[in-house]
Each structure stands twice: as structure tokens, then as C-alpha cells.
Write a protein that binds this ligand. Structure first.
Ligand code: SF4
Length: 334
């Protein structure tokens, strides 16, 4: 498979906490995963599980304070981005790592034209003559499948459809040729047909430009279509990780199994869908032991007392559940 030097981004034991006067929310609590060159990794979990905070940490966009990087490393091309200052991070953002957000209408500035905004994305990182900025902006719109790109450059965001706006966001992300795109719920606000078009577009651009993509999503349907590898997050930790086939065909962690059981499919048509009992814990008041234990049908006494270690099934497939691994005989404690 891929060699170690194929790794573009490596997140190692990342911890991001948010402090207020009387509590500490451990939003990301020891997360590790890699993104290799040209691959698609999905970070999946329910809202509030820490996946967006993980993405913001890579971009250097966690508000500090109240946020605090409490530990770990974010290695991009073997350099720890957590050591970079604001200026250095500014150069990385857009240039080497770009982000596409969920709601393009709030991410685009309503008072500037599409041309202004794509042009700005180019000018921020490169000193190029104005005529070239316009030509490149037009080409970027063409690359993301927008018809009559020269005319669209003069449009304002509200004149475009939701799908077109998301294409513009992707064009802006591509403006300086990044190696990694982080797409945070890029299709959640779109209807199903447009969703499929945007996923196909991102996939074909990724191939053409040999980029890596890190998807942040709650939607296992999206994951099943795009992922090479998957990390399932729960309450600030990685519950399970592996390649797409292992996660979908042979899930080991009870949380992944429950997420998959709640996914609609043809066989379940007409049946009531399974929903996981309980709710995601507040990151300031996480239960001790395994954070999933209050919702887990397999929980035994030790799950309430000891933190579960990652258990390996081979080929990079790991799950943080010793009970499923060997009946809970070993693999406990941090
Ligand atoms: Fe469930 Fe225990 Fe496994 Fe946690 S460690 S997922 S509570 S069985």
C-alpha cells in the first residue's frame, strides 16, 4: 500500500479544550489520523463530536482563548502547524490547505461580486497582474462547471443558486492550487441531486489536480460514496478507523454499528429506522470510562471505569472497544 512518506497530513493525539470560568469542554480529546497524498479521508460523527474543531485546528482557526491546544501535533509535510504563528499560517491557508464550508451564502461576502471574491483569493497569495487575475478567475469558474463564466464574474452571490454558490466556493478554494482541501459538510445545505453533482465535481477535480480531500460530515451516505478511509468520531475521540470497506462491511465499534443501523437503505424501506438511544454527551461533562457507555448495548462494568484503548484488527482497521475485541479482557487505560 502507501509508504509512510506518502502521508501529507498527520494528526497525532490532538487535544483541543475550551475553558470557561467553571468548566473545561474537552472538544477534541486525543485524536490521531493521517491523510495520504491524493486520498479522500472522511471524519464522520454526530454534531458536537469534535470533527469541525479538529478541522479548524488544522487551519489554525480555533479561537484562542477560549480555545486552547492542550496537546498533540498537526504535521503537514512533516512540519508541526501548531508551532506556526498567524503570518505563517496565513501563507499555508489557501496556498497549501484550503477549506470549503457548509453554507456558501454565509461564507461569501454579499456586497462583492463573484469576480471580486475569487480575484481576492488569488491576490492574497500571489502577486499577479490584474489581467491575469481576471483570466484565471474565469478559468476557475469554468473548471467548476459554471456556464458563461465571464458573465458570472459580475454576479453577486444572491444571484446564484445554492449549488452554483458552492461551486464558487470550490473555485475559491482551488485558486492557489492547494494540496489538501478540507470540506466541512460541503453538501449538507443542498438538495440530493445537487449534492451528488458537487460530490462528483470534487472527485473529478481531486483526480485532475492530484489533491487530497478531508471531508467532515455527519452523513454516512456521503462517506459511502467518496471515502478511501474513514475515521469515526464520538465525544472528542476516534471510536473507529479503517478503509471504507472495513468500516461499512465489518464495523467493530458499537457506535459505528449503531450509526450504520440507523442508515436508510432499500431493504429497510417501509420499516422504522433505528435511532441510537440517548444523546452525544456535553464535552464539559463527559462520562468516565468509555464515553459511549451510557448509550452502548454491550457495556459492562469496566466500561464505566476504565478508558478503552485502541484495538487493532490489521490493515489500519482499529476500534476503541476492548469488549468487542476480546470480551474486555485487556486493552484498558490511556
Ligand atoms: Fe460499549 Fe464498552 Fe465498547 Fe465502550 S468499551 S463501546 S461501552 S462495549
Amino acid at each position: 500500500m502507501h509508504a509512510k512518506n506518502n502521508i501529507l497530513l498527520s494528526i497525532e493525539d490532538l487535544k483541543v479544550y475550551f475553558r470557561s470560568e467553571d468548566e473545561v469542554a474537552r472538544a477534541v480529546d486525543g485524536v490521531s489520523f493521517d491523510v495520504r497524498r491524493e486520498e479522500t479521508v472522511c471524519l464522520v460523527g454526530e454534531s458536537g463530536c469534535g470533527k469541525t474543531v479538529t478541522a479548524l485546528s488544522v487551519m489554525g482557526l480555533v479561537p484562542i482563548p477560549p480555545g486552547e491546544i492542550a496537546g498533540g501535533r498537526v504535521l503537514f509535510r512533516d512540519q508541526n502547524l501548531l508551532d506556526y504563528n498567524d503570518n505563517e499560517m496565513q501563507k499555508i491557508r489557501g496556498n497549501q490547505i484550503a477549506m470549503v464550508f457548509q453554507e456558501p451564502l454565509t461564507s461569501l461576502n454579499p456586497v462583492f461580486t463573484i469576480g471580486d471574491q475569487i480575484g481576492e483569493a488569488i491576490r492574497t497569495h500571489e502577486d499577479v497582474p490584474e489581467s491575469e487575475v481576471i483570466g484565471r478567475s474565469e478559468q476557475l469558474l469554468k473548471d467548476v462547471g459554471i456556464a458563461s463564466p465571464a458573465e458570472r464574474l459580475n454576479d453577486y452571490p444572491h444571484q446564484l443558486s445554492g449549488g452554483q454558490r458552492q461551486r464558487v466556493m470550490i473555485a475559491m478554494a482551488l485558486a492557489c492550487g492547494p494540496d489538501l482541501i478540507i470540506a466541512d459538510e460541503p453538501t449538507t445545505a443542498l438538495d440530493v441531486t445537487v449534492q451528488a453533482q458537487i460530490l462528483r465535481l470534487l472527485g473529478s477535480i481531486q483526480k485532475q489536480r492530484s489533491m487530497s480531500v478531508l471531508y467532515i460530515t455527519h452523513d454516512l451516505g456521503v462517506v459511502s460514496k467518496v471515502a478511501d478511509r474513514v475515521s469515526v468520531m464520538y465525544a472528542g475521540i476516534i471510536a473507529e478507523q479503517g478503509n471504507r470497506q472495513d468500516i461499512f462491511n465489518d464495523p467493530k465499534h458499537p457506535y459505528t454499528q449503531a450509526l450504520l443501523a440507523s442508515l436508510p437503505n432499500r431493504e429497510k424501506r417501509g420499516q422504522r429506522l433505528y435511532s441510537i438511544p440517548g444523546t452525544v454527551p456535553n464535552p464539559a461533562y463527559k462520562p468516565g470510562g468509555c464515553p459511549f457507555h451510557p448509550r452502548c448495548q454491550y457495556a459492562i462494568q469496566i466500561c464505566r471505569e476504565q478508558y478503552p484503548a485502541m484495538c487493532g484488527y490489521g490493515n489500519g482497521h482499529n476500534a476503541r472497544c476492548p469488549v468487542i475485541f476480546d470480551g474486555g479482557r485487556k486493552n484498558w487505560g490511556r
